[in-house]
Ligand binder design. Structure first.
Ligand SMILES: Nc1nc2c(ncn2[C@@H]2O[C@H](COP(=O)(O)OP(=O)(O)OP(=O)(O)O)[C@@H](O)[C@H]2O)c(=O)[nH]1
Ligand SMILES: [Mg+2]
Length: 325
């Protein structure tokens, strides 16, 4: 049974890519007391107290995702030499952002090529549905990230906002970032399922385990069909304060919602916290809603995608055209 969970080896590093990725990585590295590497094309995301890799996109003020990817490739040697010391990489990035979308697949590909045995866990944030111009690129990037990672954990901003329509995007970021940090912090105590996992979280940390799990289940229904969930895990913050009877009841309710035999048992990770909050992590079988973000993938099989091996980039190539007159 325990064989299905990923086994993580030291040394472990947190890698924050772009704005939100760096913010979450720095906070988590403080509480986990582990190393942290930041990577971005925006100096504001980097921090002199941590190893920082600046992706120089000069002279472009607003490089496209493709251009940024080619600039990241120019920093391959630096990225590779930082990553090679580690056995486990936890990569955090925002696929609603250009830096996260462009740079994450490049970093993970370099890590995978250098060492096929390195464990790569990717935490990614997906865009809101109104961020229309970001949806397609996020879908493409997520597919590459799934290919390189041993496990992907998705924080779907859109499903969270659908379930909590009264929140502003800013409030939403605050809550989702804390939930991601909770789960990252408990990685050493908890279980990590391979493949594609989606995180369903509570809106408020409060004193009620029942209200908290209601939030998580509500978000689940906004994101997927519970029949597609093939395994589930619970992260119970402030778990020592929740009566056993309540925990039993929550597991009973969840096993009625999920029908797949893999969800017959639902392991729990208890985490220290003053407030009670319950996050649900679900591993999804087959396609998810994010596959629809890149609708071309349904039409063009992976083997026919011309830029599958090396993702499309736009390097600046200067050509001298001699005057032949
Ligand atoms: N979940 C979450 N989303 C955020 C956060 N900050 C910003 N966002 C959303 O993500 C978008 C891009 O944010 P960044 O994290 O800066 O993205 P990036 O990877 O640095 O890429 P850029 O687009 O180049 O800034 C914003 O427009 C917001 O929609 C955050 O702290 N948490
Ligand atoms: Mg940014």
């Amino acid at each position: 049974m325990n064989d299905i969970y990923l086994k993580l080896k030291r040394p472990l590093v947190l890698i924050g890519i772009g704005g939100a990725g760096s913010k979450v990585a720095v906070e988590s590295s403080k509480s986990m007391d582990c190393e942290c590497i930041l990577i971005s094309n925006d100096k504001k995301d980097l921090n002199i107290n941590y190893r920082s890799i600046f992706i120089d996109s000069e002279p472009w003020i607003n490089p496209t995702c493709h251009k940024l990817r080619s600039f990241a490739q120019f920093s391959s040697n630096e990225i590779r030499s930082e990553l090679q010391k580690f056995q486990t990489l936890i990569v955090i990035s925002n696929l609603a952002g250009k830096a996260g979308t462009a740079i994450t697949p490049v970093v993970e590909k370099l890590a995978r090529q250098h060492s096929p045995t390195t464990t790569i866990i990717s935490f990614v944030i997906m865009p809101f549905k109104f961020e229309k111009e970001r949806i397609f690129q996020s879908g493409i990037s997520l597919k590459r990230i799934r290919d390189f990672s041993d496990a992907v954990i998705v924080m779907d901003n859109d499903a969270f906002l659908d379930n909590n329509p009264d929140l502003s995007p800013e409030e939403c970021f605050e809550i989702t970032n804390v939930a991601m940090r909770d789960v990252i912090d408990s990685i050493s105590k908890g279980f990590i399922l391979p493949d594609m996992n989606i995180l369903y979280i509570s809106k408020n940390y409060n004193d009620s385990a029942e209200l908290s799990i209601n939030d998580s289940i509500g978000m689940l229904y906004h994101n997927t069909d519970p029949e597609l969930v093939n395994r589930a895990l619970l992260y119970v913050m402030g778990g020592k304060r929740v009566p056993n009877q309540t925990l039993n009841l929550i597991v009973q309710i969840l096993s009625k919602i999920f029908t797949n035999e893999g969800t017959a048992t639902i392991p729990m990770t208890m985490c220290d916290s003053n407030k009670i909050g319950i996050h649900l992590m679900a591993a999804i079988d087959g396609k998810t809603r994010f596959d629809r973000y890149d609708p071309l993938s349904d039409i063009i099989p992976e083997r026919n995608v011309l830029d599958w091996e090396d993702m499309d980039t736009s390097p600046d190539i200067e050509m001298r055209i001699n005057n032949v007159e």
